[in-house]
Design a protein around this ligand. Structure first.
Ligand code: NOJ
Length: 538
């Protein structure tokens, strides 16, 4: 598929398989459903899809509790369905990234069943088993991200096992060489089948303090995960050696990649996961997930990450995923909800870095309110209903009417209210829709190397406006985004503008350069080009 470095310059679309498209009619999305909707993804113009886990799983954490890493859960189809999806995606030039969950398995995984069989079971050392403290309590003070102690007592063998998440998700012990070898085999299994890369779940957790020392309290203390400084249960320095070996394995296959979920609040630590170009290809930068809708906040985060990245490392841009409320909801506003979603699209697709687009954001999906008695996410039970992640995982509305074109059955989560612009089919018919704006931005980005490969520089702009330029060869793109609820005056380039757009619906392209009045929550993108800097063929 050519020398273009797809994972740097392309756009990745995250699919939550349960909610994208249900071909079988059982109310849960599946691989055949995704295959049937590849036309949507080609039309939109994305370069890759990342599938949240679709492996056999008891679904205690909806697939993030894997009971067999080398198969497909029957709910989603079969290995043959996967191969068909992979083949058809590749035929359309769309790469496929799988979600690899190395920190923990399901408690029903045969490895764990064997491990818990007895203290001298052959796979005992594959998981983290420890004796109780003299008072019978858990071996240390570590807490689960999902609430309560991170240790579960096993009556039969008289020891505790470690689980960073649910008790149904026991942590593997990556200090055991057989675990590392077995998990490497999993990667090879899928690479040999032709997958293009892996999103790596909570990769900063695979190495922990070998002495399992207590975490110190965080300033302010308190119970639960937030009450501790996580210096021993995650982000142990030994993680980097593990990553270098993973990278070596991946790089033995041409054009493959990894993107790691490094859920650490300190971006300096996240940046270290790139190593010297010998660890992760990409580390998720989640700083936008916490940013308020303010120009200064986005500018600060972009500049900070750009400054922290090691030489040659490539950033990425994330506004939404399956664990946080959708950004169209986070940025919602009584009158400016849609304009803000449109501005966010321009931001996502013009910053330096690989954009990760979460299914449904291209039509402005909002979080849906889920009644407590219909909540599925275990967090609603183990932590608090307010932390339930179902709202951002609801079925994709393709059409109006019952089932929303997602299912002919009873959907596993309610489809809920369509986004303001309507479902996919309506937005396809409306050239001014958010969906069309995403498509235009994707096409613009693909056509102009300055947008997909260029350097980044912040431009001076009035307060409330975030402006920057992207440069490559003889090309320059200027982006100005007005985060204010009122218009703002900006100076745009007056040179030879080759192409551009405004996020305002129905706005003529390109907007004129020079002194320009941006509407409330309007963004513009202008591409200047010299003769040298002609657009590239897609
Ligand atoms: C991070 C995943 O994104 C989340 O959905 C999951 O619950 C945890 N890891 C545990 O695997």
């Amino acid at each position: 598929m050519g020398a273009w470095c797809w994972w740097k310059h392309g756009v990745v679309y995250q699919i939550y398989p349960r909610s994208f498209m249900d071909a079988s009619g059982d109310g849960v999305g599946d691989l055949e459903g995704i295959r049937r909707r590849l036309g949507h993804l080609s039309w939109l113009g994305v370069d890759a899809i990342w599938l949240s886990p679709c492996f056999p799983s008891p679904m205690a954490d909806f697939g993030y509790d894997v009971s067999d890493y080398c198969d497909i859960d029957p709910l989603f189809g079969s290995l043959e369905d996967f191969d068909r999806l992979l083949r058809d995606a590749h035929a359309r030039g769309i790469r496929v990234i799988l979600d690899w969950v190395p920190n923990h398995t399901s408690d029903r995984h045969p490895w764990f069943l064997e491990s818990r069989g007895g203290r001298d079971a052959p796979r005992r050392s594959w998981y983290v088993w420890r004796d109780p403290r003299p008072d019978g309590g858990p071996p240390n003070n570590w807490v689960s991200v999902f609430g309560g102690s991170a240790w579960e007592w096993d009556e039969a063998t008289g020891q505790y096992y470690l689980h960073s998440f649910l008790r149904e998700q026991p942590d593997l012990d990556w200090r055991c060489p057989e675990v590392e070898a077995a998990m490497h085999d999993v990667l090879r299994f899928w690479l040999d089948r032709g997958v293009d890369g892996f999103r790596i779940d909570v990769v900063h957790r695979i190495a922990k303090d070998p002495e399992l020392r207590d975490n110190p309290p965080a300033p302010g203390g308190g119970p639960g995960y937030g009450g501790q400084l996580h210096i021993h249960d995650e982000n142990h320095p030994d993680v980097h050696a593990l990553l270098r070996r993973i990278r070596k394995l991946i790089d033995a296959y041409p054009e493959r990649m990894t993107v790691g979920e490094v859920y650490i609040m300190d971006p300096a630590e996240v940046a270290r996961y790139y190593g010297r170009g010998d660890e992760l290809h990409l580390a998720f930068n989640f700083s936008f997930l916490r940013s308020p809708f303010e120009a200064a906040a986005f500018r600060r985060e972009v500049e900070r990450f750009e400054a922290l990245l090691p030489e040659g490392a490539w950033p990425d841009v994330v506004l939404s995923n399956h664990d946080v409320p959708r950004h169209a909801s986070r940025y919602d506003h009584p009158e400016l909800g849609e304009p803000r979603a449109r501005l966010a699209a321009a931001l996502l697709l013009t910053l330096r870095g690989t954009p990760f687009l979460y299914y449904g954001e291209e039509i402005g999906m909002r979080n849906q309110a889920i009644a407590e008695d219909r909540m599925q996410d275990p967090l609603a039970r183990t932590l608090h209903p307010a932390l339930c992640r179902d709202g951002e995982r609801t079925p994709m509305p393709w059409t109006s009417g019952p089932g929303a074109g997602f299912t002919t059955g009873d959907p596993w989560l309610p489809v809920g209210e369509p986004p303001p612009g309507g479902p996919v089919d309506r937005q396809r018919r409306d050239p001014t829709s958010l969906l069309h704006l995403y498509r235009r931005l994707l096409a613009l980005r693909r056509r102009w190397p300055c947008l997909h490969a260029g350097s980044y520089r912040t431009l001076e702009a009035p307060e409330g406006v975030f402006a920057y330029e992207r440069r490559a060869g003889g090309q320059r793109a200027v982006v100005a985004l007005n985060f204010l609820d009122v218009p703002a005056e900006v100076e745009l380039p007056v040179g030879s503008i080759a192409e551009g757009l405004s996020t305002r619906p129905g706005c003529p392209d390109p907007p004129a350069g020079g002194h320009h009045r941006l509407d409330a929550a309007e963004g513009v993108v202008l591409v200047e080009a010299t003769a040298r800097g002609a657009p590239s063929a897609p």
